[in-house]
Design a protein around this ligand. Structure first.
Ligand code: AMP
Ligand code: TRP
Length: 287
């Protein structure tokens, strides 16, 4: 029996990166495996939050997960802070990870650089050990996440292996499951940055709950480039490649096949908006 675990922070609104990169795959896995999906409120506390507001956001995130197709009769949906063992195990794992390996995490480097000169919590550094605790507590085999979590999963594996070798076989060593398309949705206005809950880019971020006309407008204004050629090339054409990825993830087709069908950016943007609106419709209506 395969055990699946994944988590999502309740701070910030759910965007299409979360949906295409993670949540919609959770809805598939729940029918095939024993699945746990966790609203990781404690992970949000690396920056200060109003407690009452975070509680209500946790409930809103659980609502969103159900709207996106998670079925509480089939999988387990819960809030991280309701299960004290997550933080209890986190301490043991903090003592198993090294400061050096935590400092090498890209997310830590990016976020601490972005807030340099301001308060940087110790939790921002140790966050991946709490994430490791989340995962290994449930004897998890498979962790479906977006590309940005790959490094954290690698760390979780290293820490689990190290713990097992120090103290005896205790934890299952988990594996990441990162989708082929949609694993790294980029900001529509800054297509070299990933779409993110914590970056303020309202025109660059498409929310799961955005109404169709808003999605059309955001897609029509997406930043592309001036050479006018439709081709999948993330380095040279980040904006166009991002549109192709979103379209591919929304329709199930490959980026290469889709690229061959377009010669202009206008129709690509239009079709991407239309496909996305359809892909999100059930979640928006159920929410
Ligand atoms: P977070 O919003 O950081 O709690 O992320 C929840 C899940 O969504 C994780 O599995 C992330 O890897 C995934 N995710 C977040 N942003 C993106 C993105 N821009 N593209 C694809 N997946 C993403
Ligand atoms: N760190 C993840 C993110 O920011 C969220 C998360 C916390 C998670 N614990 C987890 C994801 C355990 C998978 C498994 O997206």
């Amino acid at each position: 029996m395969t055990v699946v675990f994944s988590g999502i922070q309740p701070s910030g609104e759910t965007h299409i990166g979360n949906y295409l990169g993670a949540i919609r795959h959770w809805a598939v896995d729940q029918h095939e495996h024993t699945s746990y999906y966790c609203v990781v409120d404690l992970h949000s506390l690396t920056t200060p939050h109003d407690p009452a507001e975070l509680r209500s956001k946790s409930l809103a995130m659980a609502t969103m997960l159900v709207a996106c197709g998670l079925d509480p009769d089939v999988c387990t949906i819960f809030v991280q802070s309701h299960v004290a063992e997550h933080t209890r195990l986190a301490w043991l794992l903090e003592c198993t990870a090294s400061i050096g390996e935590l400092q090498r995490m890209t997310q830590f480097k990016d976020k601490s650089a972005r807030t340099s000169g301001e308060f940087i919590s110790a939790g921002l550094l140790t966050y991946p050990t709490l994430m490791t605790a989340d995962i290994v507590l449930y004897d998890t085999d498979r962790v479906p996440v977006g590309e940005d979590q790959r490094q954290h999963i690698e760390l979780a594996r290293d820490v689990a292996i190290r713990f097992n070798s120090r103290y005896g076989e205790t934890f299952v060593v988990p594996q990441g499951a990162i989708p082929k398309t949609g694993a790294r949705v980029m900001d529509l206005q800054e297509p070299t940055n990933k779409m993110s809950k914590s970056v303020d880019s309202p025109q660059g971020t498409v929310m799961v709950l955005d109404p169709p006309d808003v999605i059309e407008r955001k897609l029509s204004r997406a930043v592309t480039d001036s050479d006018g050629e439709v081709r999948f090339d993330v380095a040279a054409k980040p904006g166009v490649s991002n549109l192709l990825s979103i379209l591919a993830a929304s329709t199930g087709e490959s980026v290469e096949a889709l690229a061959g069908r377009y010669t202009q950016y206008g129709p690509l943007k239009k079709d991407t908006a239309a496909a996305l609106i359809e892909a999100l419709r059930p979640a928006r209506e159920r929410y």
